[in-house]
Design a binder for this molecule. Structure first.
Ligand code: CA
Ligand code: CA
Length: 113
């Protein structure tokens, strides 16, 4: 689904930190459908389903509760990045499943390719 990202995010020589930052920004923009700078529960649910149908129906609640550090029922970009950094390994697994042609090239994969 998001494998088109590789055309923008690669080459693998890109610095890992700026690469991650770029991925976070693209993911956040992808989730924030109405562009108000906050990902609410509905946007999160829709986004997770679009990314990977393996996310179960409570995933968005779990993520929102864990990531919404100021408890305003929405994720701003800083909260989103913090969550991804805290859960990077788990998210990598999820993103890896997006690699439909199994060429090892998708999200976060330059160091694996
Ligand atoms: Ca929004
Ligand atoms: Ca928040």
């Amino acid at each position: 689904m998001l494998c088109w990202l590789r055309d923008f995010v690669l080459p693998p020589a890109a610095c890992q930190s700026s690469y991650s930052q770029l991925v976070y920004e693209i993911l956040f923009e992808d989730l924030d459908r109405n562009g108000d700078g906050v990902v609410d529960i509905m946007e999160l649910r829709e986004g997770l389903r679009n990314w990977n149908s393996a996310f179960d129906s409570d995933s968005e609640k779990t993520i929102l509760q864990a990531a919404d550090s100021n408890a305003d029922a929405g994720l701003d970009f800083e909260e989103f990045v913090q969550y991804l950094q805290d859960h990077e390994k788990k998210m990598k697994l999820a993103f890896k499943s997006l690699d439909r042609n199994n060429d090892g090239v998708c999200m976060y994969s330059p160091q694996l390719a």
